[in-house]
Design a protein around this ligand. Structure first.
Ligand SMILES: C[S@@+](CC[C@H](N)C(=O)[O-])C[C@H]1O[C@@H](n2cnc3c(N)ncnc32)[C@H](O)[C@@H]1O
Length: 435
C-alpha cells in the first residue's frame, strides 16, 4: 500500500476506536478483514500510527485545534513521526489518500509544542487525573507523564528452569535483544522507531521452546521482591495470565510449591499451556470453582503474592487507549476490590511469612494508601524494606539494585515509572506477619 492509503486506513481505525468505542485490537482486525490487500508491513504501519496518535491525543488535538481522527493522525505524522510538511502533502496525493490539507491543518502541523499548555495537554492524560498525578509526581508531573507517551521496549525473562542463560541469550540476540541492565536473567529489546515493525518474538525458536518469557522488567523486579527460596510455599492470589506465577516458579528452582489462584477461572485456564511450555512442575492451580483447594492453604504460606487488579496506569505506553477510557468511578471500584483482596489474601500467610502487594499503577490511592490502611486494619503485619527484599533475591544486577534503592518511597515500598526506570509503572510493598 502507498502511504496515502495507509493514512486513510489509520483515520478509519482511529474513528472506530474513538467514536464507536471499539478496542484497538478489534478495530485493527475489522480493518484487516476489509483490506485483504494489506500486508503485514501495512498493518504494522497503520497500527503504529494509530497507537502513537492515541499516546499523544491531547497535545495533538491542542496543536491541530481538533480532536477528530483525521487531525490526530495527520498531527501524529508531523509531531510524533517527525515527517515534514512536504512529506505529508506528497502522501496525500497518493491514490486512496484522504483529502489534501486545509489551511488550518497546515498551521497546526507547523506549530511547535506549547510549553504553556496545562499539564494534561503537555503530558497527554485525562484532565480529571491532574490532582491524583500531582500528588505523586509534584513538579515532575509533565516529564513523568511525557515518558508514558512513548513506545515501550520488549523485555524478556530467561526461563532458568529450561534454558542455560548463555544459550538462550544467544538466541535472543538474533531478535535484537541485549542483556538487561537491571536483571540478571533479563533481556531487553529497545522500542522500534515509529512506523517500524515490532520484533515478533513468537517466531523465534527460543520462545516456542519455552526458554524465554515476555515480561516487562518492572514486573520481573516486582516478582523478585517476593524473595522466594527453593522449598517455599507460595500463593499467587491474583495469578491471572501467570506472569508472576512463572517467575516465582523459576525462582523456586523446582523445590516447594506455587499455588495459583484467580477469581476468574478462565484466566487461570489460560495459564495451563504457558505452564507446559515453561516446564514448571511445581505449580498447582486453585480453581475458584473448587474453593477447598484454596481453603487448605490458610495460614500456611511463606509468601502470598497479591498482583492486584488496578487501573493499569503503569501500562499506558503499551495500551494508550486505556488512558482515555479510565473513569474516576473505575478508580473507586478498584480501590474497594484492592482492600478486600488484601484482607482475604492475608489470611493465607503463615506466622513470620510475607504478603507482597503489587500494582501496575502509579496512583497513590491504589498503592501506598492501600498499604497504609491495610496496616491500620491488621496490626500483626509490619512493612519491610521492599528494595532490600528484591536485592536479596539475587535477581537484580548492581544497576537494578541501585534503581530499586533510588525509587523507594517513605514507608519502604518501591515505585518504578517509565521515566525513572525505563519500565512500565509498577508499585510493590512487602509486609511481614508477626511470628
Ligand atoms: C493485574 S491482574 C494479574 C496479572 C498476573 N498476576 C500476571 O502477572 O500476569 C489482576 C488479576 O486479579 C484477578 N482478580 C480480581 N479480583 C479478584 C479477587 N477478588 N480475588 C482474586 N483475584 C482477583 C483478576 O481476574 C486478574 O486476573
Amino acid at each position: 500500500m502507498k502511504n496515502g492509503g495507509r493514512i486513510e486506513a489509520a483515520i478509519q481505525v482511529l474513528d472506530d476506536i474513538l467514536n464507536r468505542h471499539q478496542p484497538v485490537k478489534s478495530a485493527m482486525r475489522d480493518w484487516g478483514k476489509r483490506a485483504r490487500y494489506a500486508g503485514a508491513k501495512d498493518r504494522a504501519w497503520v497500527s503504529g500510527l494509530v497507537l502513537d496518535s492515541l499516546r499523544h491525543r491531547n497535545s495533538l488535538a491542542h496543536a491541530m485545534q481538533s480532536d477528530a481522527p483525521r487531525a490526530l493522525i495527520l498531527g501524529a505524522l508531523r509531531h510524533v513521526w517527525d515527517w515534514d510538511l512536504k512529506a505529508v502533502e506528497t502522501a496525500l496525493k497518493d491514490e486512496h489518500a484522504p483529502a489534501p490539507l486545509t489551511g488550518e491543518e497546515r498551521e497546526g502541523l507547523l506549530l511547535a509544542p506549547d510549553p504553556t499548555a496545562p499539564p494534561h495537554i503537555q503530558g497527554d492524560f485525562p484532565e480529571w487525573l491532574t490532582p491524583h498525578l500531582e500528588r505523586v509526581f509534584g513538579e515532575d508531573l509533565v516529564i513523568e507523564t511525557q515518558a508514558m507517551s512513548v513506545r515501550a521496549p520488549v523485555d524478556l525473562r530467561i526461563n532458568t528452569l529450561k534454558a542455560d542463560p548463555e544459550k538462550a541469550g544467544k538466541a535472543v540476540k538474533t531478535a535484537g535483544g541485549k542483556a538487561s541492565e537491571l536483571l540478571v536473567n533479563g533481556y531487553h529489546i529497545p522500542a522500534p522507531d515509529p512506523s517500524e515493525r515490532e520484533t515478533s518474538l513468537q517466531t523465534i525458536p527460543a520462545y516456542s521452546k519455552g526458554w524465554v518469557e515476555v515480561q516487562d522488567a518492572g514486573s520481573q523486579i516486582a516478582a523478585s521482591a517476593g524473595n522466594v527460596q527453593p522449598g517455599d510455599n507460595v500463593l499467587d492470589y491474583c495469578a491471572g495470565g501467570g506472569g508472576k506465577t512463572l517467575a516465582l516458579a523459576a525462582m523456586l528452582e523446582g523445590k516447594g510449591q506455587v499455588f495459583a489462584y484467580d477469581i476468574d477461572g478462565r484466566r487461570l485456564s489460560a495459564l495451563i499451556p504457558r505452564l507446559k511450555r515453561s516446564g514448571a512442575h511445581n505449580v498447582q492451580l486453585c480453581h475458584p470453582k473448587e474453593p477447598e483447594s484454596l481453603e487448605v492453604l490458610r495460614g500456611k504460606m511463606d509468601l502470598v503474592f497479591v498482583d492486584a487488579p488496578c487501573t493499569g496506569t503503569g501500562t499506558w505506553r503499551r495500551k494508550p487507549d486505556t488512558k482515555w477510557r479510565l473513569k474516576e468511578s473505575a478508580l473507586e471500584k478498584r480501590n474497594a476490590e484492592q482492600s478486600e483482596i488484601l484482607d482475604k489474601a492475608a489470611e493465607f500467610v503463615k506466622p513470620g511469612g510475607r504478603l507482597l502487594y503489587a500494582t501496575c499503577s502509579f496512583l497513590a490511592e491504589e498503592d501506598e494508601d492501600q498499604v497504609t490502611s491495610f496496616l491500620e486494619r491488621n496490626d500483626q503485619f509490619k512493612q519491610l524494606d521492599a528494595a532490600s527484599e528484591a536485592i536479596a533475591s539475587g535477581q537484580l544486577t548492581e544497576a537494578g539494585a541501585q534503581l530499586v534503592r533510588q525509587n523507594q518511597i517513605p514507608g519502604g515500598a518501591v515505585r518504578l515509572t517509565p521515566r525513572k526506570a525505563g519500565t512500565d509503572g509498577f508499585f510493590f510493598a512487602v509486609l511481614q506477619k508477626a511470628s
